[in-house]
Design a protein around this ligand. Structure first.
Ligand code: BGP
Length: 474
């Protein structure tokens, strides 16, 4: 029996990672420190003065030395694309130097060449929660306008060096998270509770200008390239039909769409200007900034893990567990072991919303289930029987198929953490997303050996059939 697929030809199937959660080798190859090297507890605790041995990210999963083996495993699953980030502090160790670090540049050459060997298209995040520490401590990260110039030098270096090897670029990971996690997302050293709204939005403005500048420069230097923004897409539902709840949802949507609106439309949206006016916020926005912002993205990429609810009723405002964006838990949905609510239909919903609003191609560049895994022996091989992960991914992929049938243009799908890596929010190893198990524990022990989980073969079938095997499984 043959099965049809809604997924278009050339759909970019793959997996997504970030340098700081993957590479390790935090002090090798001339790399400088990044904020992540002093964040042993993820977003849960304050940064430390120096790197400490309990920071699992210092060794990551040793991709720095094992990249060839790992990319070969991705190729075995049939990956069309591999999303990775470049560690800014490998290229400019302090962030504000005049000349880049050749050893850092050479490392990513090797990685991209390895991808090319397997016919895998790299999808590169230029800045993924890993601002050089020096920029955070000395300049207070993106609060300082000079960061735009440092970032410009960094992207020019990347485009000149890798322009012939990399076609797909994302300017900043989850740029809209800076409102909620200013250090992680914006390298802003001032503690969140001491940061004024005025300064926070000025930092957002600098990042938005830098992002548009990267798009402008990228188009000039690499006419074939496609450059996208990357946001957290978290559909917000009203907890009740009370109009007060609906307006609350509209405002939450505005906060989320603010970043995408500017990336896709090139101007500040009216709702934000009203908010600034009424709050007495006056941003330093130059005419040159306005011109730069008019350089809009080619596509919109996003992470999707969960939806949330909002309510205007203070008595019902319980905060959901585990997510950095806040929101109220949805009483109709189940949750992961880390309290992230599972809502496959929310993915179809947000794809339609984004498509209806912007009409730009969409790319799901993160989605997945963080879960505890148990290694077991089957037919003499160590593996993980992760049917829960297969179920989660299947349900979400089916909803992407529904959105495609609705007429939404979807470029591709990269699941988060195709190989187990260190969690961004909790800095744990035991929150695993991979098709490939990595033998490393929360206490830092383990051989770092790689094992194929049951989901490995399942995902290979999905890719091979361009999604047709999803309907076969129904
Ligand atoms: C996103 C980040 C990733 C990633 C993912 C999963 O917000 O872009 O870096 O880690 O979430 O989150 P966690 O690792 O906290 O489970």
């Amino acid at each position: 029996m043959t099965h049809t697929t809604p997924f278009p030809q050339g759909f970019l199937w793959g997996g997504a990672t970030a340098a700081n959660q993957l590479e390790g080798a935090y002090a090798e190859g001339g790399k400088g420190l990044s904020i992540q090297d002093v964040m042993p507890h993820g977003i849960m605790g304050a940064p430390t003065e120096e790197p400490t041995p309990d920071n699992l990210k210092l060794a990551g999963i040793d991709f720095y030395h094992r990249y060839a083996e790992d990319i070969a495993l991705f190729a075995e699953m049939g990956f069309k694309t591999f999303r990775l980030s470049i560690a800014w502090s490998r290229i400019f160790p302090n962030g504000d130097e005049e000349t880049p670090n050749e050893e850092g540049l050479a490392f990513y050459d090797r990685v991209f060449d390895e991808c090319a060997k397997h016919g895998i298209e790299p999808l590169v995040t230029i800045s993924h929660y890993e601002t050089p520490l020096h920029l955070a401590r000395t300049y207070d990260g993106w609060s300082d306008r000079r960061l735009i110039g440092f970032y410009e030098r960094y992207v020019r270096t990347l485009f000149a060096r890798y322009g012939s090897k990399v076609k797909y670029w994302l300017t900043f990971n989850e740029i809209n998270s800076v409102l909620h996690a200013p250090l992680l997302s914006g390298g802003i050293w001032t503690p969140k509770d001491q940061l004024s709204t005025q300064n926070l939005y000025q930092a957002c403005h600098h990042e938005l200008v830098a992002s548009a500048l990267a798009t402008k420069i990228g188009h000039e230097m690499m006419p074939e390239a496609r450059i996208g923004c990357m946001v957290i897409a978290m559909p917000t539902y009203p907890l009740t039909p009370n109009p007060d709840d609906i307006i609350k949802v509209m405002k939450a949507d505005h906060d989320n769409y603010f970043f995408t609106d500017i990336h896709a439309r090139g101007v500040y949206p009216g709702y934000k200007l009203r908010e600034f006016r009424e709050a007495g916020i006056e941003l330093d926005i130059t005419d040159e900034d306005r011109e730069i912002l008019s350089h809009t993205v080619d596509f919109i990429s996003f992470s999707y893990y969960m939806s949330i609810c909002e309510t205007a009723d203070p008595a019902r405002m319980a905060k959901g567990e585990g997510n950095i964006m806040g929101g109220v838990p949805n009483p109709t949905l189940p949750s992961s072991e880390w309290g992230w609510q599972i809502d496959p239909q929310g993915l179809r919903f947000i794809l339609n919303q984004l498509w209806d609003r912007f009409g730009l191609p969409l790319f799901i560049v993160e989605n997945g289930l963080g879960a505890k895994d148990q290694l077991v022996e089957v037919d003499g091989e160590l593996t993980v029987l992760d049917d829960y992960r297969i179920d989660y991914l299947r349900e979400h992929l089916i909803q992407i198929g529904e959105a495609v049938k609705d007429g939404v243009e979807v470029m591709g799908y990269t699941s988060w953490g195709p190989i187990d890596l260190v969690s961004a929010s909790t800095a744990q190893m035991s929150k695993r997303y991979g098709f490939i198990y990595v033998d490393r524990n929360d206490d830092g022990t383990g051989t770092l050996a790689r094992y194929r989980k049951k989901s490995f073969g399942w995902y290979a079938d999905v890719i091979e059939s361009n999604g047709a095997s999803l309907s076969a499984a129904e």
